[in-house]
Design a protein around this ligand. Structure first.
Ligand SMILES: Cc1cc2nc3c(=O)[nH]c(=O)nc-3n(C[C@H](O)[C@H](O)[C@H](O)COP(=O)(O)O)c2cc1C
Length: 174
């Protein structure tokens, strides 16, 4: 799959097949985050991989928009280490860049994925931090649910391509 074709055909996948994901495969996905840009090269990212079905079910019970985790084959919990951040203002951009790399890599491999927003909605006492036994200096950014998509479901058309949102030189000019 060519990169631009992959960018254009990636979608959040919330329907799935039962086919299990191979662990080495998740490793490959995780390596893709390392190539994401990082402000001041601060690299604050850490990851927790969950494949235990009971854990996935427990997590889904505490995420309003993450119920599909209960059926997921695996989840990547993206986290950041607050002790090594040199520029907190850019943490969300840092983590979003690596999230997109993982989403595109999964898509390239034919695996469906959806990102479930957590930060900045979770506070230190949030169930997730306690349940996952995260130390105080580690914060969850988001959760990426993974599975093989149900290919009988057609790809959703995107309606966000709007030429009027593109301006040249000045905002008045199109
Ligand atoms: C910051 C952020 C948080 C998101 N959180 C959720 C979520 O909690 N649950 C969910 O099902 N999708 C979530 N999404 C996925 C969006 O719903 C999805 O990207 C949007 O509907 C566009 O669809 P597409 O990803 O297929 O292009 C999130 C996306 C972003 C960027």
């Amino acid at each position: 799959m060519k990169l631009i074709e992959g960018i254009r055909s990636r979608r959040s996948i919330r329907n799935f097949s039962e086919q299990p994901l191979a662990p080495f495969f998740i490793q490959e996905l995780l390596e893709c985050w390392m190539y994401a840009p990082s402000a001041h090269n601060q690299q604050p990212r850490e990851f927790l991989v969950i494949q235990n079905k009971d854990h996935l079910l427990r997590l889904s019970q505490h995420l309003k928009f993450g119920k599909m985790l209960a059926q997921a084959n695996a989840a990547i919990i993206t986290c950041f280490n607050k002790t090594i951040i040199t520029d907190p203002a850019f943490i969300q951009q840092d983590m979003s860049a690596c999230t997109q790399n993982i989403l595109l890599a999964a898509h390239e491999k034919g695996v469906g994925a959806v990102r479930i927003g957590v930060y900045p909605l979770n506070n230190p006492g949030h169930f997730l931090n306690t349940y996952l036994q995260l130390p105080d200096h580690i914060d969850i950014f988001n959760i990426i649910a993974l599975w093989y998509p149900d290919t009988t479901v057609p790809l959703r058309e995107k309606s966000c391509i709007k030429p009027e949102k593109i301006h040249r030189e000045t905002r008045e000019q199109q």
